[in-house]
Design a protein. Structure first.
Lengths: 169, 448
């Protein structure tokens, strides 16, 4: 129940953000006459850009140590991503799975793949079609937080959705 | 006094002591009635003293080469932790004729146990030759006499082969100095690390590079019999298995699959590669025939199955799997049948690597916040940990099955990983010199 409420809340927020005057030219499925893949400037679809997705929708979810389980927070975040993807149908997504440094190299490549697959499955459960989603694993090779402490490691245990097919913004 | 008997006893005591006691502190009594050559007390070994008399030569050029050869060989021996080199300032006798016997008493009084004399020549065909004699000062006789002949560029290999001959005679262990290391050189900051494949002699000399830093390349492994390396490289953001010809630098993608492939290792006959293939988030172990490119799936399980390693007889494969909940070591037949769990201790066990002697598995163990390099038998018994630090990972075996190399990472933002060696008793932990950061070492077989 709580999860459904959160999900509906997330979808409502994204829908509300979409319902501004700039978006009037867009039909419900996002393919506007101005060109869904057009720039964010003159035709005014700032929501349909990579930077909007990263900043406003949220491009990443986090995992517990040695886990690929999608938490409640992650579920809500992925729902928001799915809602955005339903508005911008030309967008595809590459989900990157990452690990912290506290593991061995090959296992972490496999765990990163599990994490990416878990995000992908969750996106699909929210209606994103499989042909729009790719997965990759970087294991522990691409940390973003560099200290050797849990406050950094938890930032590195992540699934990042990188959108493609829309302007960078 | 039988030198072979001493070293066997030493090795047996050291192994027993390491099994029964923490590696840092061993104490036992020697049962020999005569003065023992090697003392093991409180974890300290008394090294054997060896002296290198300046090699004789007819020209300054050949003499200087002789010095280099002796220096590289001495460095190999001292690096084992089992030898101490006597300072030439202490020498009493000056030898001027390679064929004469030394004045043994002159060496005994300065406590030299083994003496190396040698001669360095330029041969008529534009090549070089080195000959040496190993003298047993205690028994007052020549123990070895060998001659090497090769191109001028081969002087380092001559030095390593000489050191191997000396080492084998005195310790009764197999050779390992005439070998190479493949590894990953790491440079740059932690969030933009550059990695490229490199090769070097086991003592750190002769570093060369196989790939550039444009793409992440990692985990190189030698073919046992061909001049090839298997490794992984990221292409289109995915890890794939490649095989490279060492001499030509030519590389070939062999793991083109949906998903990713990684963790490659050659079979003992060098004709197959065992690896992990990941599909839809699930990672299993496959063997690929390099000639036909056919693959056989060995594991079918939702668990992560990775880090496979062949036994030296090619009949079995050790690997890690988290099918029981956390990473543990398993062994199966090379056709995927009869999967048996081998590790049962607390903690996570990974990266199992079979010793070339077939008697031991080396592995990485994570427990209570520390990473260790450890050993156990293939039956999962007599586990002991050789190292422990913030992060030790990825052991590889020297050709004689008595020394391991691994890499060590350090906490914090700025330190790069480095390579280390340790012997199977847990002694003689040493950093391997590399120009920059280094990880993922792989030790070759003895060179032809």
């Amino acid at each position: 129940m709580l999860q459904t409420v959160k999900l509906l809340g997330a979808v409502t927020v994204v829908a509300a953000l979409s319902a501004c005057s700039d978006m009037d030219m867009m039909s419900a499925d996002g393919s506007g006459a101005a060109g869904a893949a057009g720039g964010s400037g003159s035709t005014g679809q700032p929501q349909g850009t990579m930077s909007y997705f990263e900043r406003e929708v949220g491009d990443r979810v986090f995992f517990a140590f040695d886990s690929h389980e999608i938490t409640d927070e992650a579920n809500v975040a992925i729902a928001a991503q799915a809602a955005w993807l339903s508005l911008f149908k030309d967008a595809t997504v590459v989900v990157e799975g990452h690990c912290d440094e506290r593991g061995t190299r090959e296992y972490n490549l496999a765990l990163g793949a599990r994490r990416a697959a878990a995000v992908k499955e969750t996106l699909m459960s929210f209606g994103v079609t499989e042909d729009r989603i790719e997965t990759v694993s970087y294991g522990k090779e691409r940390p973003v937080a560099l200290c050797s402490a849990e406050r950094c490691w938890k930032q590195n245990r992540r699934g990042v959705s990188v959108v493609r097919g829309v302007p960078g913004g | 006094m039988n030198s072979k008997c001493y070293w066997r006893r030493w090795a047996a005591w050291a192994l027993l002591g390491a099994v029964l006691a923490p590696p840092a502190a061993l104490s036992q009594t020697q049962s020999e009635s005569s003065t023992p050559r090697v003392q093991i007390t409180e974890g300290v070994i008394e090294p054997v003293s060896i002296a290198f008399h300046p090699f004789l030569a007819g020209t300054a050029h050949a003499r200087e080469r002789g010095e280099r050869v002796a220096s590289v060989a001495a460095n190999d021996l001292v690096g084992t932790g089992l030898f101490r080199r006597t300072n030439p300032d202490a020498f009493i006798e000056t030898i001027t004729d390679f064929s004469s016997r030394p004045q043994f008493e002159d060496w005994r009084v300065i406590r030299v146990e083994w003496l190396v004399t040698g001669e360095s020549e330029d041969t008529a065909d534009g090549r070089i030759a080195v000959r040496f004699r190993l003298w047993d000062i205690t028994q007052q006789r020549q123990a070895l006499g060998l001659r090497y002949h090769g191109s001028p560029q081969s002087w380092r290999r001559i030095a390593h082969q000489m050191a191997d001959a000396i080492y084998m005679h005195i310790t009764n262990e197999g050779a390992y100095f005439d070998s190479r290391i493949a590894f990953v050189e790491e440079t740059g900051p932690k969030d933009a690390r550059r990695k490229r494949l490199a090769l070097m002699d086991q003592d750190g000399a002769n570093v060369s590079y196989l790939t550039d830093t444009g793409r992440l390349s990692m985990t190189p492994r030698f073919s046992p019999s061909k001049q090839q390396l298997a490794y992984i490289s990221f292409r289109s953001d995915r890890a794939h298995v490649y095989v490279a010809e060492i001499d030509s630098g030519k590389t070939e993608l062999i793991g083109e699959f949906e998903g990713t492939s990684f963790a490659p290792r050659f079979s003992p006959e060098s004709d197959r590669v065992v690896m992990s293939i990941e599909r839809d988030g699930n990672t299993d172990i496959y063997i690929m025939d390099l000639a036909t490119r056919e693959r056989v799936r060995l594991t079918r399980h939702p668990a992560i199955d990775t880090s496979p390693s062949f036994s030296p007889d090619g009949r079995r494969v050790a690997f890690e799997s988290d099918r029981s909940g956390t990473q543990q070591i398993y062994i199966m037949n090379a056709d995927g049948s009869r999967i048996e769990r081998v590790s049962f201790g607390e903690g996570r066990y990974s990266t199992p690597v079979w010793s070339p002697r077939g008697d031991l598995l080396a592995f990485t163990k994570q427990h209570r916040g520390l990473f260790h390099i450890g050993l156990m038998t293939p039956e999962g018994q007599y586990e002991r940990l050789l190292t422990g630090s913030y992060h030790d990972e990825g052991p590889t075996w020297a050709p004689n099955g008595r020394v391991l190399m691994f890499f060590r990472e350090f906490p914090g933002e700025s330190l790069l990983p480095k390579l280390y060696t340790v012997d199977v008793t847990g002694r003689n932990l040493r950093e391997v010199p590399t120009p920059h950061g280094a990880s993922d070492p792989a030790w070759s077989a003895l060179l032809d």
